[in-house]
Write a protein that binds this ligand. Structure first.
Ligand SMILES: Cc1cc2nc3c(=O)[nH]c(=O)nc-3n(C[C@H](O)[C@H](O)[C@H](O)COP(=O)(O)O)c2cc1C
Length: 245
């Protein structure tokens, strides 16, 4: 078969999928991963923050992709809400499972959030990783990396104005342990839920969000120090303070 997309769909249909490591009774991988950090930054407790009361139907119907942003810096309270409502852990279950603010196939939650912060009120410019279990931001590299991020997203101009760029990376074995090759379908679906929540929280805090899937995979994986095989970027989004329309 010449078309790799059709081949992928066919070979990940249920009868074709290989037996999973779970079915072979292999131990599950950890619930999260922790890249080496330069510094740990505490975030305010998300459930104690008071967000503006916006009815959910209004947030959904007003949501759109916004590609122009003001210069304003992101507050820690805003970062806390954005991270918690996209990937926050609500409850840890026995073993390696957890329940988060988004659904995930088999509650595998095999995504890791990386964040390039360009303009934040209380945090230095740099690359961060969200530690979902602790609800903390781990600073991986303190630096102005906008030129690299811009190149990684194929020089999409609006990204240069963003206060933050979110990257969601698959930690694929966490999903494949249960679903084998079909994991590659599910992880993409999971990421859609995450980005939708970013859009909706953006609506509530007056931030503009634009999803990004046009990017240079190898370049971004390299920037985030992901091997591109076990861990790889699958989705991204730019976010900034919304311009008055
Ligand atoms: C999977 C996905 C990938 C996208 N990638 C990009 C992108 O790389 N650059 C961009 O400017 N917009 C991107 N978008 C935003 C779409 O262009 C946008 O959702 C679409 O035009 C509909 O507009 P709306 O979001 O305002 O309803 C993406 C959206 C999705 C769902």
């Amino acid at each position: 078969m010449k078309n790799i997309g059709q081949e992928f769909i066919n070979r990940t249909k249920y009868p074709s999928v290989s037996p999973s490591d779970e079915s072979k009774e292999l131990a599950p991988p950890d619930r999260t991963c922790k890249p080496r950090a330069q510094k740990i930054c505490e975030l305010p407790e998300p459930e104690k923050l008071s967000l503006p009361e916006v009815p959910i139907h209004q947030a959904i119907s007003r949501r759109r992709s916004r590609r122009s942003y003001q210069d304003k810096s992101l507050e820690n309270s805003e970062l806390s809400s954005l991270l918690y409502y996209t990937q926050g852990i609500k409850r840890s279950l026995p073993g390696e499972k957890s329940l988060r603010t988004v659904p995930s196939a088999g509650a595998r939650h095999a995504l890791e959030t990386y964040l390039y912060l360009h303009r934040a009120a209380d945090l230095p410019r740099g690359l961060y990783h969200y530690r979902a279990e602790e609800h903390q931001l781990a600073l991986l590299q303190e630096d102005d990396l906008m030129a690299e991020v811009y190149r990684g997203v194929l020089r999409q101009k609006f990204v240069r104005q963003a206060a933050a760029v979110f990257f969601w990376a698959a930690d694929i074995y966490r999903m494949a342990w249960r679903y084998s090759e079909r994991a590659y379908r599910y992880i993409m679906l999971d990421a859609g839920h995450v980005c939708q929540n970013l859009y909706l929280v953006g609506e509530i805090i007056q931030a503009g969000v634009c999803a990004i899937a046009a990017f240079d995979d190898d370049y971004l994986n390299n920037l985030l120090e992901l091997d591109g095989r076990e861990q790889f970027v699958i989705y991204a989004a730019a976010l900034g303070s919304r311009k008055k329309s």
